[in-house]
Design a protein around this ligand. Sequence first.
Ligand SMILES: Cc1cc2nc3c(=O)[nH]c(=O)nc-3n(C[C@H](O)[C@H](O)[C@H](O)COP(=O)(O)O)c2cc1C
Length: 215
Amino acid sequence: MDVATAVSRRHSVRVFDSRPVALELVKKIICQAQRTPSWVDSQPWKVYLAAGKSLQRIRRAHLANSATAGGESDWPTWHRERWNIFPRTQMAHLTADREQYLSAAERTAWPEMQHQLYQAPVVLYLTIPKQSPNWSIFDLGAFGQTIMLLAQAEGLGSMVAYEFVRFPKELRNILTIPDDEAIAIGIGLGYEAKHHFNTYHSSRLPIDQVLKIND
Ligand SMILES: Cc1cc2nc3c(=O)[nH]c(=O)nc-3n(C[C@H](O)[C@H](O)[C@H](O)COP(=O)(O)O)c2cc1C
């Protein structure tokens, strides 16, 4: 699969089916993703792969926490009002558009699907040292996207989500993640289930709102 096809086919998969994913395949993807560029080749990322029993434990803890707590991610979330108007307008558009797409029953089922961690058979937890400049955050984002595109090329769907990292205390315990690493984001990998949630495709802004050419 060429890169442009992988980019256009990648989308958020919010329901995975029960087919298992070969860990050797995921290892190959991470290995290739290590070619991602980074500031002075610092390669600040680490990947903690959860599958099988460890993921079952994480899912149980996540479900229990979701019933009582909002979330305590290592990177704080921001109230929408704090965001600049440009991304905030697009967030409002997504929310309204998705509300229209979903039936009333699906809107009710949406949080449960999140709390179940999308039934992903494999989750990659990406960390960088807490002592990191913004440059490492850029590097980590590039690394994450490279993983998702390589996964797409291998026929795997992906889901990048804050939901995975809402409760870092349990993740640290179960996956033995040191305190000096920020658990930045999770990426679920697996085979896409045929489900109405998965056929929602979010829009993108017109190119002239994004690209400012000066020639
Ligand atoms: C850093 C980050 C965090 C995200 N967290 C969530 C999440 O917690 N729940 C969710 O449903 N989608 C989450 N998403 C997915 C975005 O909503 C999605 O990428 C966006 O709407 C574009 O849709 P697409 O991925 O299908 O192209 C997250 C995406 C990113 C990059």
